[in-house]
Design a binder for this molecule. Structure first.
Ligand SMILES: Cc1cc2nc3c(=O)[nH]c(=O)nc-3n(C[C@H](O)[C@H](O)[C@H](O)COP(=O)(O)O)c2cc1C
Length: 166
């Protein structure tokens, strides 16, 4: 059985709520769901699978609590672990939708971890997203500001995909 840890950063609670939903669907215990504001990068050590979530702020930037955590995480050797990304954004910010996921994806390449949970969901309405890389979304992009009604299905499909890939 693979050990799964969920790490999220959230300013108004949206991504935190999604992290709890994902935990429920994957059977991840409360103690394995971590707010990056209260965690240190070495906390990822016990896990085979890291599910990482950030909302996007500014213009396509990471949620604030991610900055220090990611500085420490990106220099770790994570070969053999798998990473799946999810995040909340607002697709009306049409050039930077869920940009934080693009930054997480790019900066974590050098850890040697393998990525899972690429996900081409339907129903988005934006011009560009930094999380759309080489023709695919690098994780689960959610918009609970404009398209909350699509979230449950997107979540279920993505969780099933992640399950099949870990
Ligand atoms: C000032 C501000 C800037 C934002 N910038 C972006 C952005 O560039 N791209 C995006 O997709 N969403 C952006 N958002 C939307 C948030 O990511 C969205 O509200 C999200 O649900 C917040 O999640 P959280 O409560 O987990 O932090 C922005 C929101 C605010 C208030």
């Amino acid at each position: 059985m693979k050990k799964i840890g969920i790490f999220y950063g959230s300013s108004t609670g949206m991504t935190a709520e999604v992290a709890q939903e994902i935990a429920k669907k994957l059977g991840v215990a409360d103690g394995d769901v971590h707010d990056v504001a209260k965690s240190s990068p070495s906390d990822v050590a016990p896990y085979d699978v890291l599910i990482l979530g950030s909302s996007t702020w500014g213009a396509g930037e990471l949620q604030d609590d991610w900055y220090d955590f990611l500085d420490g995480l990106e220099v770790l050797e994570l070969k053999g672990k798998k990473i799946a990304l999810f995040g909340c954004g607002d697709e009306s910010m049409s050039d930077t939708f869920c940009g934080a996921l693009g930054e997480l994806y790019n900066r974590l390449q050098k850890t040697g971890a393998g990525f899972v949970g690429y996900f081409n969901a339907e129903g988005y309405d934006f011009d560009e997203s930094p999380a759309f890389i080489d023709g695919v979304y690098v994780g689960l992009l959610l918009d609970n500001v404009n398209k909350e009604e699509l979230t449950e299905n997107r979540l279920n499909e993505w969780v099933a995909k992640v399950k099949s890939e870990i």
